[in-house]
Design a protein around this ligand. Structure first.
Ligand SMILES: [Zn+2]
Length: 131
């Protein structure tokens, strides 16, 4: 799969909701941290990416997918605020966009610790206007 086709899939799947629509506060928070970490391109793209459900690698995994499963390469970044690690992101093989992330430091981002519980563990929520 070429990066271009992956990109199209990541950003244009009409059946997948935007991250910003599902987790506006967390998405803005992570994008802000990325921008502060001198990753403005990753930050800008995250705001346009879609929510592909939760990682189901093991029970209790708290990563959420910002690209289809299997999109990650070996690269990752720790998310740091004022020197504290508050989460981590995985990147695609070329390091051009975030494929999933986890937030450990919810207080630092101003989100409730149960922010993930608004969605079922591995499902992508249906859009209200499709029901
Ligand atoms: Zn996982």
């Amino acid at each position: 799969m070429s990066v271009d086709s992956l990109r199209g899939h990541v950003w244009n799947d009409p059946d997948v909701p935007l991250l910003m629509d599902v987790f506006p506060r967390v998405t803005r928070g992570v994008a802000g941290i990325l921008a502060d970490m001198d990753e403005p391109d990753l930050a800008a793209q995250l705001l346009r990416q879609q929510f592909h459900g939760r990682c189901d690698c093991r029970p209790g995994c708290r990563f959420i997918l910002t690209a289809p499963p299997g999109s990650s390469g070996s690269g990752m970044l720790w998310l740091e605020m004022s020197g504290d690690v508050v989460g981590e992101v995985s990147l695609d093989p070329r390091g051009e966009f975030v494929t999933n992330f986890d937030i450990g430091g919810c207080e630092a981002l101003g989100v409730p610790p149960n922010w993930l519980d608004v969605v079922a563990p591995t499902s992508v929520p249906r859009r209200v206007d499709e029901q």
